[in-house]
Design a protein around this ligand. Structure first.
Ligand code: SF4
Length: 354
């Protein structure tokens, strides 16, 4: 069974308008002396405030480097939240998008969580407002509610399980082995991929990532013909026909590991371009080519760059450290429920990898 529920057209237009506004507010790349001065000032502020910077793979390389140089961390959303939890810092500064700041707060309620930019959204999170999601869930009381990490704290609180792209297949298969039926939200492409691989009975919300949905299978096939020795690495938020062409389908961390471990020198990569920085560090002698977002019918609105991730920059980071603004707060009742859904996933993952 597969029923798709999509956000109304006007809502999708709103999401596109917010993405366009984010593009206009893109962070500024600094060079030379100005940049060095700013980096020095940020490092001193982090130290004096016992604060730590955690950055997602998709933010600009200068923020990723700064996070690591200053004792912080670069990773996927769950790894970022876990690092914040285990860190001795009083303040965690999140360079990423809003749901990542919320996830950090859910797991570390006693810490001060600041975002470099609170207007940095995610189209998957925006596509799944809690009121509509509650109505959807109420229609299917007999289903296990499984939501992707790219959702608000309120949606996580309504869920039975939160999953990341690295664990979605295993967890849904585990639930299916117990004869559970699934309600999945919000990514329709990841949901369709999980359903195809597991054959599980799922009803689905129909959100999408505005970056990954732009990858084009026809143009990718052409590129593969021109680069016959290249391996193709695809994030499962991409459309089904693109996923079908992949040598490896995986989360951001799994894609980086595949680039390092696979016996190939050239890779075509279908995920946000910020990840190329870490891939080049993990496999310095290998070549990485972005998968095409152009092709027949393509608008290339994102060109594989997330406009919200690209709002994060050094100047905004310094401002947040100077002013203490952009704090993330989550209602305690919501936080407790959301923490339960995340903790179940973490415990499942620990058992699965034992
Ligand atoms: S790349 Fe896509 S999934 Fe990731 S934050 Fe941007 S819009 Fe959301």
């Amino acid at each position: 069974m597969s029923i798709n529920i999509s956000a109304p057209e006007s809502h999708q237009d709103q999401i596109r308008a917010l993405a366009a506004a984010a593009e206009q507010a893109r962070g500024i790349d600094l060079e030379g002396e100005k940049k060095e001065k700013l980096v020095k000032s940020i490092k001193a502020l982090l130290k004096s405030q016992n604060a730590v910077l955690v950055a997602h793979y998709y933010v600009d390389s200068e923020l990723q480097d700064l996070a690591e140089e200053s004792g912080g961390f670069v990773g996927d959303s769950l790894e970022m939240a876990r690092f914040g939890l285990n860190s001795e810092a009083d303040t965690v500064i999140v360079a990423g998008v809003r749901f990542m700041g919320e996830t950090a707060k859910i797991l570390s309620p006693e810490k001060r969580i600041l975002m470099v930019e609170t207007d940095a959204e995610c189209s998957l999170d925006l596509a799944c407002p809690i009121d509509q999601f509650n109505e959807f869930c109420d229609q299917y009381p007999d289903r296990e509610v499984v939501v992707y990490a790219n959702t608000s704290a309120a949606v996580k609180a309504r869920a039975d399980w939160v999953v990341t792209s690295s664990i979605a297949l295993d967890l849904v298969k585990h639930l299916s082995d117990q004869d559970k039926k699934i309600l999945w939200a919000p990514d329709k492409f990841l949901g369709a991929y999980v359903q195809k691989m597991t054959g599980v009975d799922m009803v689905m919300w129909e959100g999408s990532c505005i970056v990954h949905e732009d990858f084009k299978a026809v143009a990718l096939k052409e590129l593969m013909k021109a680069k016959p020795d290249a391996k193709v690495l695809v994030h499962p938020e991409s459309p089904g026909p693109v996923i079908e062409l992949a040598d490896v389908v995986g989360s951001t961390t799994q894609i980086i590991n595949a680039a390092r471990d696979l016996d190939a020198n050239t890779f075509i990569v279908a995920t946000e371009r910020g990840i190329f920085h870490k891939m080049a560090q993990a496999a310095p002698n290998k070549k990485f080519i972005p998968a095409p977002t152009a092709g027949e019918g393509a608008t290339c609105e994102s060109c594989a760059e997330c406009p919200w991730m690209k709002m994060n920059d050094l100047q905004r980071l310094e401002n947040v450290l100077n002013t203490g603004t952009n704090e993330i707060l989550v209602d305690e009742k919501v936080r407790k429920k959301a923490a339960r859904s995340i903790t179940r996933m973490v415990e499942f993952n620990a058992k699965a990898t034992d």
